[in-house]
Design a binder for this molecule. Structure first.
Ligand SMILES: [Zn+2]
Length: 312
């Protein structure tokens, strides 16, 4: 092969890369957010130390973790896990069709589809698509899910501006219904309550649900990320002040979250035994992630205040 051929291949590869970069969604990629997260301050809780960087690393794992199917498996009642190793996606099954919470990245939609099918459900029976918050790792796949299922996409009003910027391959983000704090999402006897718990994004949404399993009633919380950005603006502080107070008031037997690392999914999955107690019923975890993120939020605020204070 001549140098000229090498050169033209290199050029065409560079062109392809540039084209791919140009087609990337406008929303910030969480992996890139992680790169910018500092390794300070550090907080000590539950026998472990956490930094902003360590929390992002725990949440995101590697690129391979973000794409690798985990399960699918039954969590409790009519709730199933259909996501990947580090990006949660939940299927809520009802007699009138199903609800999907979080499409994750667009490239993961075939993984979620495979999981739904392996559980014995039809992907096309998804009637409502919800999302935790307007970041690509949770809602970039909305357009693809909408195309495959025709589901109604319901989103929190405060996240609409950010969602409109998530446009994989230039397709507009589907938004069929805008909901507000306290609104309910109902399908086939299941009712989810949407709670505005902003801070991580302005419209970060926690869904609460009540399920029946084995003759008992359980309170399920689909938590939204409470992870603070590296710099806390007055607006973000006001959002988190509200959110940390509100999330502690939800009745909770089972805490789920938008990243498996937030709710110890892999560890709990390892404790599943046929006929044994359900490891996902764990009231302690309901507050663990809140405690970690709230401590980190205050540590970042303290660091910011110290940096802004005039030198003695
Ligand atoms: Zn996020």
């Amino acid at each position: 092969m001549t140098n000229r051929t090498h050169c033209s291949i290199a050029l065409s590869l560079a062109f392809t890369a540039a084209l791919a970069a140009a087609q990337m969604p406008a929303a910030p990629a969480p992996a890139a957010q992680g790169k910018g997260m500092p390794d300070h301050p550090s907080v000590e809780l539950y026998g472990q130390s956490y930094t902003p960087l360590s929390i992002v690393t725990r949440n995101m794992g590697t690129a391979a973790d973000q794409a690798e199917q985990f399960g699918p498996f039954h969590i409790i009642g009519n709730i199933y896990y259909v996501g990947t190793k580090t990006l949660s996606s939940f299927l809520i099954v009802t007699p009138a069709g199903n609800i999907l919470l979080d499409s994750t990245y667009e490239r993961n939609v075939p993984v979620i589809q495979k999981s739904v099918t392996q559980l014995g459900y039809k992907f096309s029976d998804i009637k409502i698509l919800l999302g935790n918050h307007a970041h690509g790792d949770h809602m970039e796949g909305d357009a693809a899910v909408k195309e495959l299922t025709g589901a109604t996409v319901e989103v929190m009003a405060e996240d609409v501006p950010m969602l409109q910027k998530i446009q994989p391959e230039g397709r507009p983000h589907p938004i069929d219904k805008v909901i507000h704090d306290g609104d309910t999402v109902t399908l086939g006897g299941t009712t989810l309550v949407a709670h505005l718990t902003g801070g991580h994004t302005p419209g970060c949404t926690t869904y609460t649900d009540t399920v029946q399993d084995g003759g008992k009633t359980y309170h399920v919380v689909f938590g939204c990320s409470l992870r603070s950005p590296a710099v806390i603006t007055p607006e973000v502080k006001a959002e988190f002040d509200h959110s940390f107070a509100v999330v502690r008031t939800f009745p909770c037997d089972i805490m789920l979250g938008d990243h498996p690392g937030e709710w110890g999914m892999i560890e709990k999955f390892g404790k599943l035994t046929p006929g044994g107690p359900n490891p996902f019923v764990d009231a302690e975890t309901c507050h663990k992630e809140i405690d970690i993120e709230e401590a980190m939020f205050h540590a970042i605020l303290a660091e910011q205040a110290k940096a802004a204070a005039p030198a003695p």
